[in-house]
Design a protein around this ligand. Structure first.
Ligand code: PLP
Length: 393
């Protein structure tokens, strides 16, 4: 049996695995067991911000593993505090909760919102159509797509999903009973769709009028991905809660809920917790990631090479007008809207040595390591041009 057959024999069939057997990675390249080198423009779905096997991450992980790998959250741990202090210092948020994944960060954020409502006459949590917030029951309840929710009901009560980028629909949905609005400032799985200025302006006005919480799902967009620490910083808004994960642990599982003063005191000891949340090895790696982001001009680099990447994709749009209708996104979170399903293009790219992804069926998505150079982007775009020629209508 080959590895794919062995995989199918033992796993729940939750993943449609791509036939690439990973051997190792270095920088922006992933190496297959087939001996081939792949330019990784997928970045482990926005996790590998510093690329594969970054020497400082390896060093920090090795050092922490030799100290200790796990100690309960009952005890004080310097690596956790160091990470949380950096998060608070860099973001202006007041409180941090460390968890292990994106969906847990959303789940905790929703719990904080519910707690905040306890002495307020508010109960409805609003989310947007086409959003993706994770796979746990709370996150699924804040999503509308059958693809993810189908067959898992009954989900949680008290949620309402409204059309994205439709300020009027939001105005109709929100009232005194609204507890919170949760949103991705650039919808990722939904097709790399940025929130419009109009939507965010309306959200701010409504928040001022009705006093609900705004929760930013920055799991895919956060930590420099868009050229700023958070995608919401491209707008004039500061959400009360931000959920982050993905690259936070430098490739190890780590997520966080960041809370402003408004929600800083809603949780008391025992109200929320996690056995593994804030694992010290992940925190040690995360501290390196934050240092690289905040002190080594990495976000300026993302803005610069991201603009170059977007420009190159726009050129492709111009040259393949029947195949490409839009190029969207910010920094190194970019999407290319196709007029046809994109999976075959993703396969051809991989065969040609470049890893990309297709989301929402017809959107090619690019989430490369933030350290990628202009030359490496040009290499990937060159391959894409070749592949698109094959698919030209
Ligand atoms: N929210 C967003 C915007 C995401 O992109 C994801 C994952 O892709 C999640 C939440 C869920 O994160 P995780 O898979 O770590 O649970």
């Amino acid at each position: 049996m080959n590895l794919l057959e062995r995989e199918s024999a033992v796993f729940f069939s939750t993943y449609k695995r791509i036939p690439l057997e990973v051997e190792c990675g270095e920088g922006v390249y992933l190496y297959g067991k087939d001996g081939r080198r792949y330019l990784d423009l997928f970045g482990g779905l926005a996790v590998n911000a510093l690329g594969h096997c970054h020497p400082r991450i390896i060093e920090a992980v090795e050092r922490q593993i030799r100290r200790y790998i796990h100690a309960s959250n009952f005890y004080l741990q310097d690596v956790q505090v160091e990470l949380a202090e950096r998060l608070v210092g860099a973001t202006g948020y007041r409180r941090v909760f460390l968890c292990n994944s994106g969906t847990e960060a959303i789940e905790g954020a929703l719990k904080i919102a519910r707690r905040w409502c306890r002495n307020r006459n508010k109960s409805v949590l609003i989310s947007f159509e086409n959003a993706f917030h994770g796979r746990t029951m709370g996150a699924l309840s804040a999503m509308d797509r059958e693809k993810y929710r189908g067959g898992f009901g009954p989900l949680l009560p008290g949620f309402l999903s409204v059309p994205f980028n439709d300020p009027e629909a939001l105005r109709h949905a929100v009232d005194e009973n609204t507890a919170a609005v949760v949103l991705e400032f650039i919808q990722g799985e939904g097709g790399v769709v940025p929130a419009t200025e109009e939507l965010v302006a309306e959200l701010k006005v409504l928040q001022g009028k009705f006093g609900f919480l705004v929760i930013a799902d920055e799991i895919q967009t956060g930590l420099g991905r868009t050229g700023k620490l958070f995608a919401f910083q491209h707008y004039d808004i500061h959400p009360h809660i931000a959920a982050i994960a993905k690259s936070l642990g430098g490739g190890l599982p780590l997520g966080a809920i960041l809370g402003s003063e408004e929600v800083a005191y809603v949780l008391e000891p025992g109200a929320h917790g996690s056995t593994f949340g804030g694992n010290p090895v992940a925190c040690a790696a995360g501290t390196v990631l934050l240092d690289e982001l905040l002190h080594r001009d990495l976000m300026e680099h993302v803005a610069e090479v991201g603009a170059f990447f977007a420009g190159q994709l726009m050129k492709l749009k111009k040259d393949f007008p029947l195949l490409i209708t839009d190029v969207r996104g910010k920094g190194l979170m970019l999407g290319m809207q196709l007029t046809q399903p994109g999976d075959a293009i993703v396969d051809r790219m991989r065969e040609g040595g470049v890893l990309i992804n297709c989301t929402a069926e017809t959107v090619l998505r690019f989430l490369p390591p933030l350290i990628i150079s202009q030359a490496e982007i040009a290499e990937g775009v060159g391959k894409l041009r070749e592949v698109l020629r094959e698919f030209q209508i």
